[in-house]
Design a protein around this ligand. Structure first.
Ligand code: ZN
Ligand code: ZN
Length: 352
């Protein structure tokens, strides 16, 4: 199988031929159809964060594919099912976080494309319990960005406890932001989209944003206050200034939802304003399997739209450059040609 590998942090990825892995106890082997490229993959490839990825690294936590083989003891999945492998590749199932429906906070978790090999590969292994079913009606191409960008922003909007009629400001319209706008709309919010590129703001308008603000042209804080301020500010961008802007744009009782993870990021906020205005600062990390199932169900019901462009695995390094340059409309997704291989029966061998 062909696999994109990063041998040392900060180096480019190289595409290698590797032997097909065997599923161990509790594991399934998946033939991948697609895998999205998330900004987290780029941080992983560079070793940007305090917790370092396992090396050599196979990135990718938006893998979607078909189960080809099951290991000993797997009872919940069968060969032929389409599944998605998100960031949360495994959680213990026993700790106080797992048993209270917060498995995304489990301290024993491992993460696809970070601590174990991810989806930048034609095949990957997964804990069968964390290979989430993709319903009919959600294509492999759409399912990939929903597997991280979708579930992450969906959970962020849930954690913000938005009530209908509130204003949600979404800072950063890319792979995550284009979905955050839609989830905020779905819960009845008025949505303000903030970005620095016109094309992304046009996309936000197309997806239902009520207002757009180009932060390269105007002060977004003033512009948001001119619109009545934000009750919720979701930070999906990584520029340090954005965090302060998001905080300052909040109304009394506002919630600052932190999602993006800039390298070495720190947030300084005034205690006085935070207390007097009753502001909450909330960190939101990916989502649970149930969140992902809900994301897929909403998409299958036609409630969301996913914007993608496809790339080949061989283009992994140029794709990273494209994401960093901000030139892609929303999400880049690697498509694997192995998905097109459908066994064709030789008609001459058919016996009647
Ligand atoms: Zn991600
Ligand atoms: Zn746990």
């Amino acid at each position: 199988m062909r696999t994109a590998v990063v041998s040392n942090s900060g180096e480019s990825a190289h595409v290698d031929e590797r032997p097909l892995p065997e599923p161990g106890p509790g594991q399934v082997l998946i033939r991948l159809e697609t895998c999205g490229l998330c900004h987290t993959d780029i941080h992983a490839m560079r070793g940007d964060w305090p917790v370092k990825p396992a090396l050599p690294l196979v990135p990718g936590h938006e893998g979607v594919g078909i189960i080809e083989a099951i290991g000993p003891g797997v009872a919940n999945r069968t060969v032929g099912q389409r599944v998605a492998m998100p960031w949360l590749g495994h959680a213990c199932g026993e700790c106080r976080y797992c048993v209270s429906g917060r498995e995304n906070l489990c301290e024993q978790q491992y993460n696809n494309g970070y601590t174990v090999d991810g989806g930048f590969s034609e095949y990957m292994l997964s804990d069968s319990r964390f290979a989430t079913l993709v319903p009919d009606g959600v294509t492999a191409l759409d399912a990939a960005p929903l597997t991280c960008a979708g579930v992450t922003t969906y959970a962020a909007i849930k954690n913000a406890h938005v009530t209908p009629g509130e204003t949600v400001a979404v800072f950063g319209i890319g792979g995550l932001g284009h979905l955050a706008v839609q989830y905020a709309r779905l819960v009845g919010a008025k949505v303000i989209a903030i970005d620095v590129t016109t094309e992304k703001l046009e996309l936000a308008t197309e997806l239902g944003a009520d207002h757009v603000i180009n932060a390269a042209e105007v002060d977004p804080v003033d512009a948001i206050h001119d619109l009545g301020g934000a009750d919720v500010a979701v930070v999906l961008a990584v520029a340090p200034a954005v965090f302060t802007q998001a905080f300052t744009a909040l109304n009394r009782g506002g919630r600052l939802i932190l999602v993006s993870l800039p390298a070495g990021g720190e947030l300084t906020i005034p205690v006085f304003d935070t207390v007097l205005k009753g502001i909450s600062v909330i960190g939101s990390i990916v989502g649970t399997r149930q969140d992902l199932a809900e994301v897929f169900a909403l998409h299958a019901a036609g409630r969301t739209r996913v914007v993608t462009e496809t790339r080949e695995l061989d283009q992994v390094n140029s794709s990273v450059d494209e994401v960093l340059a901000g030139t892609v409309p929303a999400r880049l997704v690697f498509e694997y040609q192995t998905a097109d291989v459908v066994p064709v029966r030789d008609p001459s061998s058919v016996s009647l």
